[in-house]
Design a protein around this ligand. Structure first.
Ligand code: ZN
Length: 468
């Protein structure tokens, strides 16, 4: 009898001992080891975390849930994207290869910040801890306006704050619905007819800039010619050089023009002539200072832009084409938004980003991302003059539709011609002209002129922002 009691007590001690050890191990694990597991390149880390933590949410800056994890009655977890294809590229997915914010903040979403006793208790009884939430810079209202405005067309819309680099909207079409990507994977990955639904065109699509490039050509001209205010040119609708003809849109004869009028009316012959006179090395250096031919400084995965004109290896014809954004120059809508933003922000280019902060499930801010300057790409005086050129586009040029707002909008349209296909329609711009709040970059593929097809999209986005 006595012995039996002893055994019971011993067993109890062993259990208590084991329990204390377990607690100790979990505390040790939580405090010291979890970082090792997270930082280990061994790919099990994801599974280890996923077994203990219910993946956190990704939300918009205005509090709308863009990705969440739900559980069915059998305790199976599903990742849900309430807006289907609207955020597919920027928020990304966890199925069929993680992308977007889901990839960049994968470990954050699978890490739980909560009271450590709760965590230990949940671990012991097998309840998953809630993962941290990622709050993006994306604004749902603006994103929806951009998404709706692009309609069934292919292309991209990017909206950012020039003073901070925060991306407020990033839409790319055609897209895909991440909720049913498994069922459609074969079709999506097949990528026929250049549809590329998986590609984020806003940050990864490389396009000829068309006349939006005249912002940089004008700047190059200003730097070569301090008397640029005296510029004058007589447009006859087209110009020839060694058998190559450059025409103005619809062969329109613009007549006598100064630099501002050339820009506002997007006169190709005027700008092609400017291009033939800018020293190629200087033009190239200017473009490289704007991050052509090098990594684009953005906290967003992107494709780098290229400027091919090179001293000793170019023709005057190519220089003329390049000056009006045809040539071999390629850039992304993201990069073009950064150029417009730099003008808007008095010459200071900011690093674009889409993740604002990380919060615990209880709403405690754990980490915040701050705006970052990347370069002073022009003087504030140069920026002021370019602003006046871009304002003239709206008051008297190709962007007149944007002159119907109470606030003053500035912009530059572009029509990037392609052989055998309709042109890509572009606009970049910002508003209001003094202390700009948003900058925009829009491209519509294979559609026609910028003023006809891209400007109305910008109009709807500006309307959504300023007429709340
Ligand atoms: Zn002209």
């Amino acid at each position: 009898m006595k012995n039996n009691k002893k055994i019971v007590f011993s067993v109890a001690y062993i259990f208590i001992g084991l329990f204390v050890l377990t607690l100790g191990y979990f505390s040790y694990y939580l405090i010291f080891r979890s970082k090792d597991v997270v930082n280990s390149t061994y790919n099990l880390r994801h599974d280890v975390l996923a077994r203990r933590v219910k993946r956190g949410n990704i939300v918009s800056s205005d509090g709308v849930v863009l990705a969440r994890t739900t559980t069915d009655q059998e305790d199976n977890e599903f990742r849900e994207y309430p807006y289907d294809d609207m955020y597919a590229h920027v928020v990304g997915r966890v199925m069929r290869g993680r992308t977007g914010i889901e990839e960049v903040e994968n470990i954050t979403l699978l890490t739980s910040y909560s009271n450590s006793y709760d965590t230990i208790y949940n671990d012991l009884v097998g309840i998953k801890n809630p993962g941290n939430n990622v709050v993006s810079t994306l604004n749902h209202k603006l994103t929806k306006a951009a998404y709706d405005a692009l309609g069934d067309d292919w292309g991209a819309v990017l909206v950012m704050e020039p003073q901070t680099g925060k991306v407020l909207a990033m839409v790319s079409k055609p897209g895909y619905n991440p909720n049913d990507i498994d069922e459609n994977w074969e079709r999506l990955s097949e990528d026929k007819d250049e549809e590329s639904p998986l590609l984020n065109r806003a940050s990864g699509g490389l396009y000829p800039p068309g006349s939006t490039f005249k912002v940089l050509t004008a700047l190059a001209y200003m730097r070569e010619n301090p008397n640029y205010l005296d510029y004058s040119y007589k447009c006859k609708g087209q110009t020839e050089y060694e058998g190559m003809t450059i025409s103005c849109s619809n062969k329109k004869v613009h007549g006598n023009l100064n630099l501002k009028e050339s820009f506002a009316k997007s006169c190709n012959t005027s700008f092609a002539t400017i291009g033939s006179n800018i020293p190629v090395n200087n033009f190239r250096n200017l473009c490289e200072s704007f991050f052509f031919n090098r990594a684009l400084p953005a906290r967003i995965i992107n494709n780098p832009s290229s400027f091919e004109l090179k001293a000793g290896d170019y023709s005057v014809k190519e220089a003329m084409q390049t000056a009006i954004g045809q040539g071999r120059t390629l850039l992304t809508p993201l990069h073009n938004a950064m150029i417009a933003s730099a003008v808007a922000n008095n010459g200071v280019m900011m690093k674009p980003y889409v993740i604002d902060r990380v919060e615990s499930a209880g709403g405690k801010i754990l980490k915040g991302y701050l705006p970052e300057e990347v370069a002073n790409v022009m003087t504030s005086r140069e920026a002021d003059y370019l602003k006046s050129l871009m304002r003239a586009v709206v008051t008297e040029g190709t962007g007149k539709r944007l002159n119907n707002f109470n606030i003053k909008v500035a912009g530059k349209t572009g029509t990037a011609e392609q052989e055998g296909k309709n042109s890509h329609a572009w606009i970049i711009g910002f508003a209001p002209i003094h202390e700009p709040k948003i900058a925009i970059s829009v491209i519509v593929e294979n559609k026609g002129s910028g003023s006809e097809y891209a400007v109305p999209i910008a109009e709807k986005v500006f309307d959504a922002y300023f007429n709340k």
